[in-house]
Each structure stands twice: as structure tokens, then as C-alpha cells.
Design a protein around this ligand. Structure first.
Ligand code: G3P
Length: 214
């Protein structure tokens, strides 16, 4: 499973990059706003830390504006992936950019048929928001399962990017359901390392080792 970090905070990205298991980064307008910096500055700095796909989202609602923004964002670095909303103009922009060889991430996907549209537009990634579906009593991981079946039925190459991951169980369940990628906040990535028996076992090993030296 490919791991992306879902953040605009470069200190988190720097720290996680040292762990050697971060393959890329996703951002969105809310995450960029939290940094108090411009999207261009943040994305540029991220590309200097992580050598992998970095998603940057367009703000425009219309096709022309989306394509203009995509062109600007693409000039920042070849690793920039253009994140587009799952709307009529967003899907149209996705098809045009895909034909130009520009990588895309269709975001705010909440249903299997929406995912089918992104796959038909040859999106590189499509992002089902599993946490937000769970929030409204719908089955976030179930959506990934359905998407996996549909994409495999037709041989679509669009990668399923599990997003809106809130806790380690989401990572486990998304992996079991066949998501290609999981994007998660720094706190969730950090939590993946944790197990009380690991801590307990380590403490015991150290205690035994130190006792044997006496
Ligand atoms: O990747 C999308 C993610 O940023 C949304 O997460 O927790 O705001 O639903 P959340």
C-alpha cells in the first residue's frame, strides 16, 4: 500500500520523511489555509522534501479556471498532481489533463458511480472520503470495496486513494478492501507504530539486558 501524508505542515512532512515510509503528500484548501502560507510556497517546499506525488487542489469552479490553475500548479514541480473536485467541470478538466499526461487526483468522491466517472476520465487517483461517510452513518470502507470491484471488472487503472482517514483502523480496513493508496494525517501515521505489547516487550528486553550486565 502506498502511503501519503495528508497535511500542509512541512515540519510534519520533514519528520515523517525520515521514517522512510512516506511516498507522497496530499493537501487541500483547508489544510493549506491552516499553514497561513500561499499554496505555491507550501507545495514548492514539500517537493523539496518528498520525491513523490504531491497533490495540490484547484479552487476554481469552472473548467477554464481549473485548467488555468492546473497549468500554474504544474509549473511548480513535475511531481505536482492536480486535485480536482468531482463535478462536471472537474471531470472534464480531468479528461483534458490526463490526455496531456498531467497527473490528476479527483477528490470529494462519495459514491461508486462518482468513482466510475473519475475512472472514465482517466484520473490517476480518485479519493473516496471514508471518514466523512462514516460521519453521516454511511459505510466509508464499503465504498472502497465497491470501487475495487468495479475498477477490477473493467480494468480501470485509476488508483483508489483512501482519504479522510481518521484512525489506524481506517488504514487497516482500507488496505483489506484493496485501496492502492492511503492518505492520512501525521497523527494517524504516528499511531500506526503503536502497540502496548511492543512497548511492554521492549521494556522487558531492556530490563533483562541491564540485569544481566550487573
Ligand atoms: O484527504 C482528504 C482529507 O483531508 C479530508 O479529511 O478528516 O477533513 O474529512 P477530513
Amino acid at each position: 500500500m502506498i502511503f501519503f501524508l495528508d497535511t500542509g505542515i512541512v515540519e510534519e512532512i520533514r519528520m515523517a520523511s525520515e521514517w522512510g515510509i512516506v511516498d507522497g503528500v496530499t493537501t487541500n484548501p483547508s489544510l493549506i489555509a491552516k499553514t497561513g502560507r500561499t499554496q505555491k510556497d507550501v507545495i514548492k517546499e514539500i517537493t523539496s522534501i518528498i520525491d513523490g506525488p504531491i497533490s495540490a487542489e484547484v479552487i476554481s469552479m469552472d473548467l477554464k479556471g481549473m485548467l488555468r490553475e492546473a497549468e500554474e500548479l504544474s509549473t511548480i514541480h513535475p511531481n505536482v498532481v492536480i486535485k480536482l473536485p468531482l463535478t462536471e467541470p472537474g471531470i472534464a478538466a480531468c479528461k483534458i489533463l490526463s490526455r496531456q499526461g498531467i497527473k490528476t487526483n479527483v477528490t470529494l468522491c462519495f459514491s461508486p458511480v462518482q468513482a466510475l466517472l473519475a475512472a472514465k476520465a482517466q484520473a490517476t487517483y480518485v479519493s473516496p472520503f471514508i471518514g466523512r461517510l462514516d460521519d453521516v452513518s454511511q459505510d466509508g470502507v464499503g465504498l472502497i470495496r465497491e470501487m475495487r470491484t468495479i475498477f477490477d471488472n473493467y480494468g480501470f487503472e485509476t488508483q483508489i486513494l483512501a482519504a479522510s482517514i481518521r484512525h489506524p483502523m481506517h488504514v487497516r480496513d482500507a488496505a483489506l478492501a484493496g485501496a492502492d493508496v492511503g492518505t492520512m494525517p501525521f497523527s494517524v501515521l504516528k499511531a500506526l507504530y503503536k502497540h502496548p505489547l511492543t512497548d511492554k516487550g521492549l521494556a522487558q528486553f531492556l530490563e533483562d539486558f541491564n540485569r544481566s550486565k550487573k
